[in-house]
Write a protein that binds this ligand. Structure first.
Ligand SMILES: [Fe+2]
Length: 416
């Protein structure tokens, strides 16, 4: 079965979905000025303008050029500027220098988006032109754009966190960080071991890395009913968690030393000069987020943690991180909360191919498979994940030192 077969309900539905996803990118960028959209705060994070152009490049390169007769590229130089990592498509602008692209302007990138959107609309308006290959590419391109929508938010949040003014991405409006409403007391949910089926079974869309579905042997274990929250994590800090090498993996302890970590990435101590200049009177921790700096809320899931910090916390708590298989097998179990929509959850699983994994054909072969080394799987989804994007089988992945995403943890432990 084709693992990326889309759930396709006719050309009009595909066209409408294309418009919805593309316009959502525009609304995410709307609170940002042209200056905001050009900045790159570190090599791992891309400018908003680059995300807006690169997602457009994907449709132009993978969909329109091969499948729309007579398509004229908006600007052939953009192929070099906005390719991300596709070796098969030739050389590209270096990733750490994306923030140097003051040209093309913000307005030109918006014009690029309109040019491509009009062409895609023409292609999708011709029902006869929509064969299964076109459907699959449009669907992949939309899921790709949704991944960049999350990165757009995490990348601009990192950029804003570097600004001493601690500006909010969007002041006011509905809170983007939904605060957990679960009881503070964490409970263990016991799970039997045994052979369980893991991975996506096909039918609806899934990325190739979620397939094929296969059997995994689990040992008896227990999994926490909720995420580790900020109040829990503050206790780890107060107990000297960042100063006790026995809690840390070797690489993690090296990162603590080299980077000077003493709290999650966006936590601010009360005496932080950036807070002092804001004139805040709150005496405890603050957390910088999409609404700017706010007093830490003990019941909110802790976020912006590296895998190393998550693993050290688990060690301190006398527990461990769940494997990605334990996490997926537990999904939907009675009593489990916060599995999706808050923070991505670090697992104790390396990002490896499933048995008999086959990458997608063609250009999309470079989408996932080539990153399967040196990274760790995260499960769930976050407050920044677009609605409907994630699934129980979804495998996110980052290097263990990454801490600019909405990443936290849930505990697990062995039993019996
Ligand atoms: Fe991409």
């Amino acid at each position: 079965m084709n693992p990326i077969r889309p759930s396709f309900h006719g050309p009009d539905a595909l066209r409408a979905r294309y418009r919805d996803v593309r316009s959502h990118s525009l609304s995410l960028a709307a609170p940002l000025s042209a200056e905001d959209q050009c900045i790159q705060s570190m090599p791992d994070a891309s400018p908003t303008k680059w995300h807006m152009a690169h997602t457009t490049w994907f449709f132009e390169t993978v969909l329109l050029q091969p499948h729309l007769a007579g398509y004229q590229p908006f600007d052939t130089r953009f192929h070099y500027l906005f390719n991300s990592y596709y070796e098969a498509l030739g050389p590209r602008h270096p990733r750490p220098q994306r923030g140097l692209l003051t040209r093309p302007s913000h307005g030109e990138v918006l014009a690029y988006r309109r040019h491509v959107d009009e062409a895609v609309d023409r292609l999708l308006g011709d029902a006869a032109a929509i064969d299964p290959a076109v459907e699959a590419i449009v669907t992949l391109g939309l899921h790709h754009e949704q991944q960049h929508q999350e990165l757009l938010l995490t990348d601009i949040l990192h950029a804003l966190s570097c600004n001493p003014l601690l500006p909010a991405y969007r002041a006011g409006g509905a809170p983007l960080l939904r605060i957990a409403s679960v009881a503070p007391e964490m409970k263990w949910i016991e799970r039997d071991g045994g052979v369980t089926a893991i991975g996506h079974a096909g039918g609806e869309f899934a990325f190739d890395n979620e397939t094929p579905r296969h059997e995994v042997l689990l040992q008896p274990h227990a999994i926490a009913d909720r995420l580790v929250n900020c109040g829990d994590f503050a206790q780890f800090i107060a107990d000297g968690g960042y100063r006790r090498p026995e809690l840390w993996l070797s690489d993690g302890w090296a990162a603590v030393q080299q980077q000077g970590w003493s709290c999650p990435a966006y936590w601010l101590a009360a005496d932080d000069p950036r807070l002092v200049q804001h004139g805040t009177t709150h005496s405890g921790w603050h957390v910088f987020g999409l609404q700017g700096a706010r007093p830490m809320e003990p019941e909110a899931p802790v976020s912006q943690l590296s895998f190393y910090e998550a693993a050290a916390y688990a060690e301190w708590a006398g527990a461990r991180l769940p494997t990605e298989f334990e996490w997926e097998a537990a999904f939907g179990a009675p009593g489990l909360s916060q599995m999706q929509g808050q923070v991505w959850q670090w697992t104790r699983s390396s990002y490896d191919p499933y048995p008999r994994f086959k990458p997608l054909a063609g250009i999309a072969a470079e989408y996932n498979g080539k990153f399967m080394v040196g990274q760790v799987v995260l499960r769930g989804s976050s407050i920044a994940t677009p609605e409907g994007h994630a699934r129980p089988t979804y495998r996110n992945f980052f290097p263990p030192s990454a801490r600019w995403q909405f990443t936290g943890l849930r505990l697990a432990k062995d039993i019996r």
